[in-house]
Design a protein around this ligand. Sequence first.
Ligand SMILES: NC(=O)c1ccc[n+]([C@@H]2O[C@H](COP(=O)([O-])OP(=O)(O)OC[C@H]3O[C@@H](n4cnc5c(N)ncnc54)[C@H](O)[C@@H]3O)[C@@H](O)[C@H]2O)c1
Length: 293
Amino acid sequence: MATKVTITGAAGNAGQAVGRLVAEAGFEVRMADMVAPAPDLASLGEFVRCDTRTPTDVRRAVAGADAVVHLAAWHSAHRPPVSDATIFAVNVDGTFNLLEACRDEGIGSLVFASSMAYGWSGVYAVTKVLGEELCRAYHEMTDASVAMLRYHEFIPAPYLEFGPRLLRNGVDRADVAAATLAALRATLDRSAGLFCTIVHTDHGMPPEVVADFRRLGPGWCEEHVPGARGLIEKYALALPERVEQHDLTEAARVLSWRPSVGFLDFLRDLKERDARGEDVSALRVPGELPRAG
Ligand SMILES: NC(=O)c1ccc[n+]([C@@H]2O[C@H](COP(=O)([O-])OP(=O)(O)OC[C@H]3O[C@@H](n4cnc5c(N)ncnc54)[C@H](O)[C@@H]3O)[C@@H](O)[C@H]2O)c1
């Protein structure tokens, strides 16, 4: 029998990509969200309408599940903005309700969507601190295997902003989904215990290029993608002084996950579009490199 996975926030940006990947991997998916997922996601599995602020909703959402991927949250990037009070209620009370329901159901495998915003700089940031603390407590109280993933940014953006963002705080949504699936597997086979990692990009750059990207980056890109220097100039890509880069070796060791999409992939994609004469100035992407064509 297939392993049953409830995904909260399944209709959202991460939820769509995670739901597809988890279903493709052979899990039985239950999508829990306040709003119904897009029609093209209907075949992934059952949809349970659920407001995580309501305990009976979350109990229904996790009933019979073997594992839960908890993505449902409001963040600060929504326009028009969501109030701080709603962000707090959904992200903190909603997480508390979900964990209570998981405990009643005896769920021993949990993946929690945290954020690089984690910290004390605002209400959203604090909700991720409290969310992680609640997850730690869940692990302590139940011995469940819990993975907390501090995603970098994958909000929908203009294509020409998305690419350079990968050099800063950006990550491709496909990498977010792959890391989440890897974390799900690691919690199910209990190799994760209590685990927390950053989910970010890795460009495979030498340290001197990372540290001095604006000066050395175009040449390094040109070596790997001929024509890159011209593309950077033609599209006035805003390059950072230095590249944001984190040590992801623990994620590779514990989750067997490594990011697969970096700035060079963006440049290769841009090169193909440019060669076809495509106008990319108005192209928007869902926080993920689009398939060419
Ligand atoms: N997008 C990013 O750049 C980013 C970065 C770091 C962390 N995260 C985290 O990743 C997760 C997913 O983010 P996203 O960008 O896909 O968000 P999203 O806004 O696209 O999706 C969130 C989903 O949660 C649902 N939701 C909201 N309130 C709910 C409630 N009370 N009950 C049930 N469902 C509810 C929404 O309907 C939506 O479908 C969130 O936990 C977010 O904090 C996102």
